[in-house]
Design a protein around this ligand. Structure first.
Ligand code: F6P
Length: 370
């Protein structure tokens, strides 16, 4: 392993810079040349390589986003496009590639290093580092960016709770997460929200409206004025547009409380959107990004490939698909195909973990409304 390249791809996540920095410094200290590729797979196709030295990565640890830039690259699904990418990697004599990103980016890495596609071409080793605020990747307890995103949501909801309490109002706050409800569920607990709506629950539009209206009516009867505000966190993956949800809920609330002042009973909505993805990485994300990169680089140097560096996998992993890192007892190298298969199960609600998450939340919700 003489030269490795690093790229960040897909939605950026706070903490990606920590991985770039650690991979660069550990690679260099181990006698390996390190190059960065700007703008993910798109930059790879544009031959956008940059040298990375310790000076280049100084100070990036505390910055959100990614110093290399990122992009979504649909063309990468095509074999001939990947052939071109492999030629460019070969031209730069890259032996190993570290891909920092989510589901789509790691799928791209697996195809790029597919021995059948490479054939008699230059061999390429790849290791992925999970980075996505959505926490939708299988076989890792956390992905880079999740902790910062949760903290951002909690900070925003604490502010919303101040004004909601002052006016006895109901707020529906929509958070990112694509098809995964993890951010909505966990931040609802951390915020002390009254309800969390997430796609894994599989509820119909009518069920959701009914649940919100019941929650609001129950909470509005509380004796203490300070306990009468309602905070509902909705994952963006719940297939009801937030404006439509507001219209339906408000109409039902007016029916159930015809004498209430409309401005006090009607819901307010806030869509946090890309705010959730930005900001300075938390201390934990800096640590996670650095530690996963350490394991990934050392793995590549030791000859590992087609793996993902994982943080404390939430399920027991058979030896055939995973090894605990010798360098960090909290980190594992897990077969990338197994990660992607489990990611698919997680997103389709077929994995025990997805069922546990939804079930655990039902129990928590019952307790919250007592
Ligand atoms: O995957 C990260 C994520 O931020 C999702 O939560 C969200 O659905 C999506 O990316 C938004 O993508 P874009 O920034 O391309 O609009």
């Amino acid at each position: 392993m003489k030269r490795i390249a690093i790229l960040t791809s897909g939605g950026d996540a706070p903490g990606m810079n920590a991985s770039i920095r650690a991979a660069t410094m550990i690679g260099r200290a181990s006698g390996v040349e390190v190059l960065g590729i700007e703008r993910g797979y798109r930059g790879l196709l544009d031959d956008a390589f940059v040298e990375l030295s310790s000076n280049d990565v100084a100070g990036i640890l505390r910055e959100g986003g990614t110093m290399l830039g990122s992009a979504r690259c649909k063309e990468f699904h095509a074999r001939e496009v990947r052939d071109r990418a492999r030629q460019i990697l070969g031209k730069h004599a890259i032996d190993g590639l570290i891909v920092i990103g989510g589901n789509g980016s790691l799928t791209g890495a697996l195809h790029l290093a597919d021995p059948e596609e490479i054939g008699a071409g230059r061999p390429l080793k790849i290791i992925g580092i999970p980075a996505s605020i959505d926490n939708d990747l299988g076989l890792t307890g956390l992905s880079i960016g999740v902790d910062t995103a949760m903290n951002t949501i909690v900070e925003a909801c604490d502010k919303i709770a101040d004004t909601a309490t002052a006016h006895d109002r109901t707020f529906i706050v929509e958070v990112m997460g694509r098809d995964c409800g993890y951010l909505a569920m966990t931040s609802a607990i951390a915020v002390g929200a009254d309800l969390a709506l997430f796609p894994e629950a599989g509820k119909t539009e009518a069920d959701i409206v009914h649940q919100i209206v019941d929650t609001v009516m129950t909470i509005r009867q509380r004796q203490s004025r300070r306990a009468r505000r309602v905070i509902i966190i909705k994952a963006e993956g719940v297939q009801v547009q937030i404006d439509r949800l507001k219209t339906l809920v408000d109409a039902k609330l007016r029916e159930r409380a015809p004498d209430a002042e409309p401005s006090s009973i009607e819901t307010r909505v806030t869509v946090l959107g890309h705010v959730v993805r930005g900001g300075r990485p938390s201390a934990f994300d800096r640590l996670l990004g650095s530690r996963l990169a350490n394991v990934a680089v050392r793995g590549l140097i030791a000859g590992a490939t087609h793996k993902m560096a994982a943080w404390m996998p939430p399920v027991e992993l058979p030896e055939e698909i995973a090894t605990r890192s010798k360098h960090d007892p909290y980190c594992w190298l897990v077969d990338l195909p197994a990660v992607l298969a489990e990611t698919d199960n997680l997103l389709r609600g077929r994995s025990p973990l997805a069922r546990w998450r939804a079930g655990a939340f039902d129990e928590i919700e019952d307790a919250l409304l007592l």
